[in-house]
Design a protein around this ligand. Structure first.
Ligand code: ADP
Ligand code: ADP
Ligand code: ZN
Ligand code: ZN
Length: 753
């Protein structure tokens, strides 16, 4: 069938990051899938060029007065960018936010339910606001709509065996040398040398509970006295923990345990709202139901007067089910969703939209999905296109690449060895293109027949009941590679991440989160090679090593050795510009004069890991860098900020640091995220190295190649949420492939045929 031509997005000479003057036409109102190995330049093209230009054009339409408060998007590096329509980016950024943000609020289902209640519920309350925990008319006064109250853990607050002077008070801000303690020591109210356990009830009450606004004189100043407990409750306990900075959050978690609010039992609403019902259910009960069950319930309601509203709600819920999220409940806090779940929840909004001629940009929408659910996701992408939208997808899974009207394959490799379009055209053409991606289509890792023998006592999880787990007991063999499989929501993370570390605290979870650190963190600082690099420079030039340190007098004073200047914009991402004083070189001109084998310290920051691994002959440096090359990160530059790395890259950086250690238990949650099939092969090789060196590796995975190459498989299911939470299979991969009654087994088997 001939397609009508809606024109193209035109890109000429794109040069963001590693792109080598890329020129291409992307057909509008079609699905274009961008693929290629990790680091080849897909994100630089799709997010850094196309989406960035769209965002910039949208911002330009605001009045100048408003623009000064918005992030400034520079023009992407390109000769020509044309025909770019408004772009909506649906990525895997987690839905952070406070505890009032839930699946219901993010998908707008909350508002629809409230309107429904304001029309149909008995007894009848006025308006939708009476059913909202964000509205003073609806919220539970006891917990202010949070559903939980903070109870204080006194053992974390006071050490009864000590006196005030010995540091009996254990909270932040109450240290012996703190202002608070100093003031009260001199107030004369307490015997500061008496252990707290010897205080009289009156003294105790005074220290901990008093809150009557009385004034006390300290150093001739009148202060309002406040006991320890009311002070802590006011300064910390009244805060929404989800919004606290990490170190304050840690203190909060140490001092307070969150308890279910006794007034509303976690329902967040006041009694009037909770007593108002439709068909016997109040709004909190409906919000706590699994979405798939709620969708069925909505279909049973007959109320022609609100027909359109019911229809809209039903569609929204059914879209959640179709997208593989039927196991969530509407009251689930959005901050507890994984990256893949967050992306799918955001997607649901757009599926309900009737906008057309929008450019949708997706970052691996199949993340977190079992092969069984990938087909449905592909169908949703096609629906978006058929509504008249342009759909751009960064993807690696063959089933998702197969739905493309147009494929753009980036490569040939990563970093400076990538940045080119190596194939452009339809899917059939990709198969014979000879590119790395083309060669991987239809090829797969054979199911492992000769599995490793476990070593030592297995790891045991017994009677696990966290979340949806139904009294699960499993043994995980040590010294082998174990894959934990099952559809999204079956309970894999609950079992492994939630239950294993409580029994085996020595478990090391290798996730995709940014390593803790500051703007100073880059590839070089993370690997710890800089000390040796500075010494090598010092030795070659007969000068002091500290000269080459980014926080020394040798560094550029304007950017403090960062090479870039960060301008903080109140609530937005900071703006980053190259430092004009040193032109991004980080050091003073006289420091740059010092050379090591012809290169300056600034040149070193610009080097790729791979080049640096051969440039540095110093054994300690070369060995560390070779570890990064081995995990497939040789294309990163030494000075590249960690904040620019993808989740998958961060995870492999962490893995590189573990190579060479032995006897550890490693847990990885979907490590193949954002990896090309070729990178997956590399990753499997890494797991083998860790296991052969004596470690235990446990991966939560959908990727059939990883499952096929493991020594042991635990499959959870059969379904998601309440329909999941039981063990379907435990054994070797060939055994799972023979189990046609499990979903995973069936997919593994058809792949073999
Ligand atoms: P992909 O999306 O294909 O994994 P990217 O577009 O993220 O690839 O990266 C392409 C290259 O550009 C890689 O070498 C990557 O390390 C580099 N890169 C990406 N972002 C930045 C940045 N902000 N600064 C410097 N280099 C970057
Ligand atoms: P998987 O890892 O297999 O995708 P999970 O362990 O994440 O599955 O989820 C299993 C079940 O537990 C699902 O019904 C999910 O909604 C629920 N669940 C997971 N995490 C939480 C949480 N933090 N709060 C409430 N329910 C959760
Ligand atoms: Zn309450
Ligand atoms: Zn500078």
């Amino acid at each position: 069938m001939a397609h009508p031509d809606y024109g193209s997005i035109i890109i000429r000479g794109a040069r963001e990051n590693n792109l080598k003057s890329v020129s291409l036409d992307i057909p509008k109102r079609r699905i274009t899938v961008f693929t290629g190995v990790s680091g080849s330049g897909k994100s630089s093209l799709v997010f850094g060029t196309i989406a960035a230009e769209s965002q910039r054009l949208i911002n330009e339409t605001y009045p100048a007065f408003v623009q000064q408060f918005m992030p400034h998007y520079g023009q992407p590096e390109a000769d020509q960018l044309e025909n770019i329509s408004a772009a909506i980016i649906v990525d895997q950024q987690r839905l952070g936010g406070n505890s009032r943000s839930t699946v219901a609020t993010v998908t707008d289902a909350a508002q629809m339910l409230r309107v429904l209640f304001s029309r149909l519920a008995e007894p009848h309350l006025g308006s939708p606001g009476f059913y909202s925990y964000n509205d003073p008319r609806g919220l539970c006064p006891e917990c202010e709509g949070i559903g939980q109250v903070a109870a204080m853990n006194m053992a974390a607050v006071v050490d009864e065996s000590k006196s005030l002077a010995e540091g009996a008070l254990l909270c932040r801000g109450f240290e012996v040398d703190s202002w608070w303690c100093a003031a009260y020591f001199r107030s004369g109210l307490f015997d500061i040398d008496k252990p707290i356990r010897d205080y009289t009830p009156e003294e105790r009450d005074m220290l901990f509970n008093l809150d009557d606004g009385r004034k006390v004189k300290v150093d001739k100043i009148n202060l309002t006295y406040e006991g320890v407990i009311p002070k802590l409750k006011r300064s910390l306990g009244s805060k929404d923990p989800e919004t606290l900075q990490p170190h304050i959050r840690a203190e909060y978690d140490r001092v307070f345990t969150r308890k279910l609010c006794s007034a509303c039992q976690g329902a967040r609403l006041n009694a009037a709202a909770l007593n108002s019902r439709i068909d016997g259910h109040n709004i909190a009960e409906l919000s706590a139901m699994q979405v798939s069950d709620l969708a069925e319930w909505v279909r049973t309601i007959e109320a022609p007067q609100v027909g359109p509203m019911l229809g809209a709600l039903a569609t929204r819920l059914e879209n959640l089910v179709t997208i593989g999220l039927g196991y969530l409940s509407l009251d689930r806090e959005s901050s507890s969703l994984s990256g893949g779940e967050s992306q799918r929840v955001k997607m649901v909004r757009h599926l309900g939209s009737s906008l057309t001629d929008i450019t949708y940009v997706f970052d691996e929408p199949s993340v977190g999905l079992h092969p069984h659910d990938v087909g449905r996701m592909a169908g949703l992408m096609q629906q978006l296109r058929d509504k008249g939208n342009t759909v751009l997808i960064v993807e690696h899974k063959p089933d998702m690449i197969a739905i493309a009207d147009h494929v753009v394959d980036m490569g040939p490799l990563a970093g400076t060895k990538g940045g080119e379009v190596v194939y452009e055209g339809d899917f059939a053409g990709l198969l014979t293109s000879g590119t790395l991606t083309g060669n991987h289509m239809g090829r797969h890792q054979p199911t492992k027949e000769k599995v490793r023998k476990p070593t030592g006592e297995p790891l045991k999880i017994e009677h696990a009941r966290l979340n949806n787990l139904k009294d699960v007991s499993v043994s995980i063999p040590r010294g082998v590679l174990t894959a934990v499989s099952g559809v999204a929501g079956s309970g894999k993370s609950s079992l492994i991440q939630g239950c294993l570390p409580t029994a085996y605290p020595e478990t090391i979870i290798i996730d995709q989160n940014l390593a803790r650190g500051s703007r100073r963190s880059n590839t070089a600082t993370y690997t710890g090679i800089l000390d040796n690099v500075r010494k090598a420079f010092a030795k070659a030039n007969g000068v002091d090593a500290s000269l080459f340190s980014a926080n020394s007098k040798g560094a550029c004073a304007d950017c403090n050795g960062l090479g870039v200047i960060y301008t903080d914009l109140a609530h937005l991402d900071p703006m980053v510009t190259t430092c004009e004083t040193c032109d991004g070189k980080r050091f003073l001109p006289e420091v740059l004069e010092h050379r090591l084998r012809g290169r300056s310290i600034a040149d070193v920051y610009e080097m790729s890991v791979e080049d640096a691994a051969t440039f540095f002959t110093e054994p300690a440096i070369a060995k560390t860098l070779q570890g990064l090359v081995d995990v497939g990160l040789g294309y990163l530059t030494l000075g590249q900020p960690l904040s620019t790395l993808s989740g998958g890259e961060r995870q492999r950086l962490k893995l590189a640091a573990e190579l060479g250690k032995k006897g550890n238990i490693y847990v990885l949650d979907e490590p193949t995220t954002s990896l090309h099939m070729n990178d997956v092969d590399t990753l499997i090789g890494l797991f083998d190295r860790l296991v052969d060196a004596g470690s235990t590796v446990i991966v939560i995975e959908h990727n059939l190649d990883v499952i096929a190459r493991s020594d042991w498989v635990i499959d959870l299911g059969p379904g998601a949420g309440q329909q999941g939470g039981t063990v379907q299979f435990e054994g070797v991969p060939a055994g799972l492939a023979a189990q046609a009654n499990t979903l995973t087994g069936r997919y593994l088997a058809t792949r073999r045929g």
